[in-house]
Design a protein around this ligand. Structure first.
Ligand code: DQQ
Length: 580
């Protein structure tokens, strides 16, 4: 199909979807565009993924003229990261659930990005025009920062992007290593009308958030001091810096300041997305964390499972801040090559400062509820120690479940030990099959009928000096009969009072389980590859392997519809740009 005709078709389809709803549109488009199959083993039904090939970090999410845009690190040629000569994949949506995959927005075509268009962010400039700032990798592997802008601002799909003639706009200077200078944040505007942006770096082995300033968004100067650094971490990848409200459940624009805001600094290091909360002085550009990275027993992370290189954006339409994160595969690279794809994005989550002010809380965006069907409910059900029961009436391999537990007999909880500092280790030792007193209790997910395979997401409660400790675990040790998959156990403490209810929500989608403990205070995402517990053969159970009874206060579960994904690209036909 000729390119222009193809885009006319995409535009028509998108308008039909936007104005008539997906159900009305789907019949009409299937004959024109390839419907992307979701039946392949492990392929998900409502998590974002491109039709094929490798995807890693989410890039430049934004809302523009009524449409959500998601860009992502993408290898158009293979299901592996390879040498990192990546493009920016590009998809659009009007509801953050159903997506149209477009042509890549950026390809590695210029000297300043010839070895890869790496991660970056979008900024909406005054007047509403978007700009992308991204890292380019030069032929020498030096990392530099570049800007691209839409070729046609009246096109809400932002199909084509033009790289600025002035690129590269920032190059590594002073003590910055040429391979430690990447991943610009969304920029924010100070009261002095100067733009600020943070770049991830490592200086003398210390993770650093370099600060740059600009009056015109094109000419950038490095500030004399970084926004923040830590001598307890290595390189900071994909930093994020944004305000959160201390007294409101709305999100705040990245340039938003005020007395009722705190700031969050997120950095990706040691394989995880860590964050700290603090106060930002916009006049001096000082950031004062309440507790610094790695400084307390509670090392705050967005997610204690598989989750990396995340990015937030402010959704002006619904005044909320939304978080996307890359959830990589836990299988072998050879499996990815044979299945032809690798990598998911987490389901988008709203992110807020928790009422305690000490941590964030996350929750799947409300649009997910449009996918729910076959609702199952139950209340006030006791589960005696050593028992399990099945949640029936839903498609257990493609589901959303919310359950809250009441623990009537806390007095006999096991005592905590001072050396129990590492919750992940504790979860491995006290796993789902090791009985306790108050727990383990929770869900057996993607379970085969005879429980040969299952993933256990559960809590255990212990008694400390002055308060209880609630441990949340995701145990993958029995998740698959396949041998070559990573079955590490994940765990974290949840800052809730078990004398009140303890809640758990899990989004289940074939090979991903995203779990939210304590109403989103602690999140754990896992990737699992069941061989028996697939499709209709998959089951969902509630279990209690502690000796004390527990009570389900409330349980609601739903089957989930598939999200709609449409493909309009000619990616396969694109010539390879660099010979490997
Ligand atoms: N992924 C990108 C980099 C970033 C890393 C390259 C984090 O820009 O630092 O694909 O996963």
């Amino acid at each position: 199909m000729e390119q222009s005709l193809l885009w006319v078709t995409v535009v028509q389809i998108f308008l039909v979807i936007a104005y008539q709803g997906i159900d009305g549109a789907s019949d009409r488009v299937e004959s024109i565009l390839d419907y992307i199959p979701t039946e392949e083993r492990g392929r998900t039904a409502y998590h974002f993924q491109p039709p094929k090939n490798w995807m890693n970090d989410p890039n430049g999410p934004m809302y523009y003229k009524g449409i959500y845009h998601l860009f992502y690190q993408y290898n158009p040629y293979a299901a592996v990261w390879g040498e990192g000569i990546l493009s920016w994949g590009h998809s659009i949506s009007y509801n953050l659930v159903d997506w149209i995959h477009l042509e890549d927005a950026l390809d590695p075509t210029d000297p300043y990005d010839i070895r890869g268009c790496w991660s970056g962010s979008a900024t909406i400039l005054p007047g509403g025009d978007p700009a992308i700032m991204y890292t380019g990798v030069e032929s020498t592997n030096r990392q530099v920062q570049n800007i691209a802008v839409p070729k046609n601002l009246s096109d809400p799909f932002l199909l084509e992007w033009a790289k600025l003639d002035q690129n590269p706009l920032m190059t590594p200077v002073d003590a910055i290593g040429s391979e430690f200078f990447r991943d610009p944040t969304t920029a924010w505007l100070g009261k002095d009308k100067r733009w600020r942006v943070v770049i991830g770096s490592e200086i003398n082995g210390h993770g650093t958030a370099l600060l740059y300033q600009s009056e015109d968004f094109v000419h950038w100067a490095k500030s004399h001091k970084p926004l923040h650094f830590s001598n307890k971490t290595d390189m900071w990848e994909c930093p994020d810096f944004y305000p959160v409200s201390t007294n409101d459940t709305k999100g705040i624009d990245t340039s938003g300041l005020g007395r009722t805001t705190k700031h969050v600094l997120k950095a990706s290091f040691f394989g995880h997305d860590h964050y700290i909360i603090g106060t930002y002085d916009s006049e001096t550009d000082d950031f004062f964390p309440d507790t610094d990275f790695m400084d307390s027993n509670v090392k705050l992370r967005y997610d204690y499972g598989i989750y990396y290189a995340s990015k937030t954006f402010f959704d002006g339409a619904k005044r909320r801040r939304i978080l996307w994160g890359w959830v990589k595969e836990a299988d072998d690279q050879s499996d990815d090559i044979s299945k032809g794809w690798s990598g998911l994005q987490s389901f988008p989550r709203t992110i807020l400062l928790d009422k305690s002010g000490k941590q964030l809380s996350q929750w799947p965006i409300e649009e997910i509820e449009g996918l729910r069907k076959d609702e199952v409910n139950l209340q006030n059900k006791e589960i005696e120690g050593g028992n399990i029961f099945e949640v029936t009436g839903i498609t257990a391999s493609q589901a959303d479940i919310e359950v809250s537990f009441h623990l009537p007999n806390l007095d006999d909880a096991e005592l905590t030990h001072p050396e129990w500092l590492d919750p992940q280790l504790l979860c491995s030792e006290k796993n789902a099959s090791t009985g306790g007193v108050i727990g383990p209790f929770g869900l057996l997910i993607l379970a085969s009928e005879n429980l040969t395979e299952y993933t256990a997401v559960f809590f255990q409660v212990f008694k400390g000096h002055d308060k209880y400790a609630v441990l949340m675990c995701s145990d993958q040790s029995r998740s698959s009969l396949r041998e070559e998959v990573d079955i590490s156990t994940f765990g974290a403490f949840v800052d809730v009072d078990p004398a009140e209810k303890i809640s758990l929500r899990s989004l289940i989608d074939h090979s991903i389980i995203e779990s939210f403990g304590g109403e989103g205070k602690t999140c754990i995402t896992s990737r699992v590859y069941p061989t028996l517990a697939i499709g209709q053969e998959s089951h969902l159970y509630v279990f209690n392997y502690g000796t004390e009874s527990i009570r389900i206060a409330n349980l609601s579960a739903w089957s989930m519809r598939r999200a709609q994904f449409f493909q309009s690209s000619t990616k396969e036909e694109k010539p390879k740009l660099i010979e490997e």
